[in-house]
Design a protein around this ligand. Structure first.
Ligand code: MRU
Length: 358
C-alpha cells in the first residue's frame, strides 16, 4: 500500500501492540485496527475482520497473548473462547493446541512473555510456509505453461474465494502459487470467482491481484463450467480450510462445483494448503468436517459502494424469505489432482498425506 509492505496481522515492537488489516472495509477503504483484548481478537475473527484458515489461527494465538496480558490465569478460558469463534478451519484448533502446549507448564508470571514469543514465531512461520507453498506450486504452473502450445494466450488460472495474503499472514496459499509463478516468468491471467455470499473473490482477491499487477477478470460463480468447456481455463488453484488424511478438501462453498466441472473437462484441480490445514484425525470429509452456517443476511443482502461513494446494503429477495447459508463444502479427494504444501506436492491419497504427520 503506497509503497509500504503490510502483513494481514503484525506485532509492533515500538508500542507492544497487535495490528490487523480490517478486511470488512476492503476493497473500498484500507483501514488497520489495533487488537487490545481477548474480546477484540474474538470479535475480529467472528466479524471476519480477519478470515482465511491460517490467519484465523495466528489471530487466535495473539488473542491468547492479549488474554494473558489482561489476566495471566485465564489461559483455559481464552483458549475455549477463541476455539468457539469459527468451526470449520482446523488451523484455529491446531494453533491453539500448540499455544496451550507451550503455556500449560509455564509459570504464571512468565506466561505473557512466552505467549508473545510463540505468537510471533507462528506469525513468522506462517509467512515462510506460505512462501514455500508458492514455490512448490509454481513448478506445476510452469509445467502447464511450458506444455501450452499457444503462447499467444496467457496461462488461465481459476480461483475461488480468497486464498491470498489476506487469508494468511503473507503470500497466501493458492495466490502464493500464482505470485511465485508470475515471479518465475509464467504469463498469467486469473479468473476470479466472485464467491457469494460474502464475495471474498470480488472484494479481496481482485484487490490483492490488482496490487500485485496480476492480470485478472472477475466472473460470477456460475461461469467457471462454461469457461472450462470453452478451453479458457488451464487449471484451478484453490485453498483449503480443512483437509482429511484421505485428501478430501473443505473450502469455501462452491469449491466442489468447480472441482466437478474441472473433472468433467480434464482441467487440473490443485489445492494449496499448509500442513497445519490437514486434520490427520479425519478420513471422511463429507461426514466429519463441521460446516459453518452463517448469518442469512449474507445471502439475502448485498453490500457495496453506491454512485455517491457510500457503502450501503441492499436486500435482494422478498422480505422474510427462507434462506440457507452454508459457508463451506467438501470436495472429495477423487476430484483433486494434486495437493500443494510447503513440504512438496502430493496426490490426494492417505498413503501420501500420512507421511506429513511427523
Ligand atoms: O470464510 P473465509 O473467508 O474465512 O473462507 C476462506 C476460504 O475459504 C479460503 O479459501 C481458505 O481459508 C483457504 S485460504 C488460505
Amino acid at each position: 500500500m503506497n509503497g509500504q509492505h503490510f502483513q494481514s496481522i503484525w506485532f509492533d515492537e515500538s508500542d507492544n501492540s497487535v495490528h490487523i488489516i480490517d478486511q470488512t472495509c476492503l476493497p473500498h477503504r484500507f483501514e488497520t485496527l489495533t487488537l487490545e483484548t481477548l474480546a477484540d481478537a474474538c470479535h475480529a475473527i467472528e466479524a471476519m475482520q480477519v478470515r482465511g484458515a491460517p490467519l484465523i489461527g495466528v489471530t487466535a494465538v495473539y488473542g491468547v497473548y492479549l488474554a494473558l496480558l489482561e489476566d495471566p490465569n485465564q489461559l483455559a478460558v481464552a483458549v475455549d473462547r477463541l476455539a468457539a469463534t469459527r468451526p470449520t478451519a482446523v488451523n484455529l484448533q491446531w494453533a491453539l493446541d500448540r499455544m496451550n502446549a507451550a503455556l500449560r507448564n509455564t509459570l504464571v508470571d512468565q506466561r505473557v512473555a512466552v505467549a508473545l514469543q510463540q505468537a510471533r514465531a507462528m506469525e513468522a512461520e506462517d509467512s515462510a510456509i506460505c512462501a514455500e507453498i508458492g514455490v512448490q506450486g509454481a513448478k506445476l504452473l510452469q509445467e502447464i505453461w511450458d506444455a501450452k502450445p499457444d503462447k499467444s494466450e496467457p496461462l488461465n488460472v481459476l480461483t475461488h474465494c480468497n486464498a491470498g495474503a489476506l487469508a494468511t499472514v503473507d503470500w497466501g496459499t493458492a495466490l502464493s502459487v500464482i505470485y511465485k509463478a508470475a515471479e518465475a516468468g509464467v504469463e498469467l491471467h486469473v479468473w476470479v470467482d466472485e464467491t457469494r455470499p460474502r464475495n471474498q473473490g470480488a472484494s479481496l482477491t481482485c484487490w490483492e491481484l490488482g496490487h500485485q499487477d496480476i492480470a485478472h477478470t472477475l466472473i460470477v460463480d456460475n461461469a467457471g463450467g462454461h469457461l472450462m468447456q470453452q478451453g479458457l481455463v488451464d487449471c484451478c488453484v484453490v485453498g483449503s480450510d480443512r483437509t482429511t488424511i484421505t485428501g478430501d478438501v473443505c473450502n469455501k462453498i462452491g469449491t466442489y462445483l468447480k472441482a466437478l466441472a474441472a473433472f468433467d473437462n480434464d482441467v487440473p484441480f490443485f489445492v494449496a494448503l499448509p500442513v497445519s490445514s490437514i486434520d490427520f484425525t479425519l478420513s471422511d470429509g463429507i461426514k466429519e468436517i463441521p460446516i459453518e452456517e452463517r448469518d442469512t443476511e449474507e445471502v439475502s443482502h448485498l453490500s457495496g459502494i453506491d454512485a455517491n461513494g457510500l457503502v450501503s446494503k441492499i436486500r435482494l429477495c422478498p422480505e422474510g424469505v427462507a434462506v440457507s447459508n452454508f459457508g463451506f463444502d467438501v470436495t472429495p479427494a477423487r476430484l483433486v489432482t494434486k495437493i500443494i504444501t510447503e513440504r512438496g506436492v502430493f496426490d490426494a491419497e492417505q498413503s501420501q498425506l500420512a507421511r506429513l504427520r511427523s
